[in-house]
Design a protein around this ligand. Structure first.
Ligand SMILES: Cc1cc2nc3c(=O)[nH]c(=O)nc-3n(C[C@H](O)[C@H](O)[C@H](O)COP(=O)(O)OP(=O)(O)OC[C@H]3O[C@@H](n4cnc5c(N)ncnc54)[C@H](O)[C@@H]3O)c2cc1C
Length: 412
């Protein structure tokens, strides 16, 4: 065993380091990609165990500075998941001739890493894809560029940043010197198999083929989470560029609801070693939770990012970002108070066991989610606010009943 099963992130560092090509990533019953070793090809060199970030003592850094941030470029900001900081970092890489890769959605193969060469590539690289992303192509590409003394930036989930660093460090310690590592705050990834089955279901129902999907957009009502609200809708775009499906992920969107309720992540996400205030990166980016509700924030731009700077290299990136982004220094503990993912891994939904059993028995994702999330999907209204709204809308009627009851009470 390369690392404990429940810790495997499916990064593929072991696959990439193996000179004998003895390891491949294969799906388990839930679609989690895991390494399988061909014992006939394996020469027991031990490199796979050595490269696995789960077997390493990585040195995590303490945060130095915290910023609220968003891109001044409206075309970047509008397409981005939150403040468009990742896209601005790609623009810095393009300007300076640094190598970089981003995640690309493909309806057949899932989400995978691909080189970002120019600003047109930001179209597919931007925005959050809430699913496992395959970083296998990244190991060799980064190694090739960094071995030529070029600079490179990697923007990825915390487990992916650790995997890339660990791979490069094992190849040659010098390869990590020119690498900027940027963590995306993450609360977990579901397997591609689940999203694939869900998209199949939508396609069958609508008789359309999906070419693009979006989980986040800047179109919805900004009021539901107080000050800064992030919009979670699954939107599907067809081959002929029509938006034919849009559904609120907090409501009847089965995949979206299962994602936001911590029901369907890979097993390793629930004991993630990277979900803590100290991090293994130069910069961390994510949503800035709590602004405008828990803490004062009067800027009219509400869907903004937090940028956490951990190292001197991170500081170099912040200086570059200042040219294209709004950056406001904030007090240090602030984001850690309101963004749980900066402190601890996601807690599994109480019906996760039910979901797993049901999925194994039926192999039907829709059924297994609906069975496990009845309350969240069908009874997800707040009794108090519903009653308040009813009284507001039917004031005369409610007042008449109130008067009638008062009269009856008075007769007694
Ligand atoms: C699976 C997942 C879970 C997340 N959970 C949280 C959370 O709990 N709390 C929080 O504050 N923020 C979370 N985020 C981060 C948040 O959604 C935004 O991605 C982040 O704030 C960056 O926004 P941006 O506007 O700067 O990025 P953009 O400019 O929109 O660029 C998006 C960046 O994210 C990368 N990316 C997108 N999908 C993936 C993926 N599946 N795997 C690896 N990289 C990917 C892209 O390649 C690109 O670099 C999560 C993101 C992902 C992908």
């Amino acid at each position: 065993m390369i690392c404990p099963d429940e810790k495997c992130t499916g990064c593929g560092a072991c696959v990439s380091i193996c000179a004998k090509k003895a390891i491949i990533l294969k799906e388990d019953l839930y679609g989690s990609l895991r390494p399988f070793v061909d014992s006939e090809k394996c020469i027991n060199c031990g490199l796979c165990k050595k490269v696995c970030p789960n077997n390493q003592n990585l040195s995590f850094s303490k945060v130095k500075k915290v910023y609220v941030a968003y891109s001044f470029d409206k075309s970047v900001y509008n397409k981005a998941a939150s403040g468009g900081i990742a896209s601005e970092l790609y623009k810095i890489a393009i300007k300076n001739n640094w190598f970089s890769m981003g995640t690309c959605f493909d309806r057949h193969t899932g989400v995978f890493y691909k080189e970002v060469k120019d600003v047109y590539d930001l179209d597919w690289a931007c925005s959050s894809k809430y699913v496992y992303s395959n970083m296998l192509p990244a190991f060799n590409c980064y190694c090739e560029h960094l071995s030529k003394n070029e600079y490179a930036i990697f923007i990825g989930l915390p487990c992916q940043c650790a995997a890339l660093y660990s791979y490069l460090n094992l190849k040659n310690k010098k390869f990590t010197e020119n690498l900027f590592l940027v963590n995306i705050i993450c609360h977990g990834v579901p397997n591609w198999k689940f999203l694939d089955e869900h998209l199949d279901f939508i396609e069958k129902k609508s008789e359309k083929r999906i070419s693009k999907i979006f989980f986040r957009s800047k179109t919805a009502d900004e009021s539901h989470r107080g000050g800064n609200s992030y919009d979670y809708h699954l939107r599907c775009i067809s081959d002929d560029s029509q938006e034919f499906y849009i559904c609120d992920m907090h409501k009847k969107e089965s995949y979206g609801n299962a994602f936001l309720s911590n029901l369907i992540f890979r097993e390793n996400c629930y004991s993630c070693s990277y979900a803590k205030p100290e991090r293994f990166c130069d910069l961390t980016i994510g949503d800035y939770d709590g602004l405008g509700c828990e803490v004062e924030y009067n800027n009219p731009v509400k869907q903004v990012s937090c940028v956490l700077c951990y190292t001197e290299k991170g500081n170099v990136l912040v200086k570059e970002l200042k040219e294209s982004c709004y950056l406001e220094n904030r007090p240090l503990p602030e984001p850690f108070k309101y963004n749980g993912q900066l402190n601890y891994p996601s807690v599994p939904h109480k019906n996760r066991g039910k979901f797993k059993n049901s999925y194994l028995q039926t192999e039907n994702f829709e059924y297994a989610v609906k069975k496990s999330l009845i309350r969240e999907m069908y009874f997800s209204f707040n009794l108090f606010s519903t009653a308040k709204q009813f009284i507001k809308n039917n004031f005369k009627f409610v007042y008449a009943i109130y008067k009638k009851f008062k009269k009856i009470g008075g007769c007694r």
